[in-house]
Design a protein around this ligand. Structure first.
Ligand SMILES: [Zn+2]
Length: 82
C-alpha cells in the first residue's frame, strides 16, 4: 500500500519576511504534510505532488491569504532574509 497516493492537505504556516529589505511582511506558506518541505503554491499555481518526497497534496478548500505588511524594520531588529 502506498500512502503517498492518497492526497493530503498541506500545512499552512505563517512566516514573516522582509520585503524590499525593510518592510516586515507576513506571508502564509504551505508545507508538505509528510516531509515538511515548503510547497511553492499560490492562488495561480498549486503543485499536485511534493517535489521532495512525492506526497500527493490537495489544495481543495484552501483559502489564499494575501501578504500583510506589519510595519517597517527598526534599527537593531533582525529578520531572516528570504
Ligand atoms: Zn514532501
Amino acid at each position: 500500500m502506498n500512502k503517498k497516493k492518497k492526497a493530503r492537505k498541506p500545512i499552512a504556516r505563517k512566516i514573516t519576511y522582509l520585503k524590499f529589505g525593510f518592510v516586515i511582511t507576513e506571508h502564509e506558506n504551505h508545507y508538505c504534510p509528510r516531509c515538511n518541505h515548503v510547497l511553492n503554491a499560490g492562488p495561480n499555481y498549486q503543485p499536485k505532488y511534493c517535489d521532495q518526497c512525492g506526497q500527493k497534496v490537495s489544495f481543495a478548500g484552501i483559502i489564499w491569504k494575501e501578504d500583510k505588511e506589519l510595519g517597517f524594520k527598526k534599527r537593531g531588529e533582525t529578520y531572516e532574509p528570504v
